[in-house]
Design a protein. Structure first.
Length: 99
């Protein structure tokens, strides 16, 4: 059975935003969960976007997500000083440039 948040997203919304930092992020697993939940509701899985909140900044993981139809990732940004935040953002830019 799909998680409650996903079932509600299928019933009432047009997207699902699981939090990536809570569990391992697996593109196939997320895609399969979407297909299962949408199938139970008689809905086309392609009509429900998946965006990952707090995605790990890992090229392999992000490529896997994209391969399985996950449309968007959002990275966390620390609430540190300017220099620390810019360093983190530069790292994210490197990850995205290599995709």
């Amino acid at each position: 059975m799909a998680p409650g948040g996903l079932r509600r997203a299928v019933a009432y919304g047009d997207g699902w935003i699981p939090i990536g930092g809570r569990t391992a992020v697996d593109g196939r697993g997320l895609s399969d969960l979407r297909a299962e939940a949408c199938g139970e509701a008689g809905r086309d899985p392609a009509s429900l976007e998946i965006s990952i909140y707090y995605a790990p900044p890992d090229v392999g993981i992000i490529a896997d997500l994209a391969e399985h139809g996950i449309e968007r990732v959002a990275f966390g940004v620390p609430s540190d000083g300017r220099d620390a935040v810019l360093q983190v953002l530069d790292g994210y830019a490197e990850v995205m440039a290599s995709l």
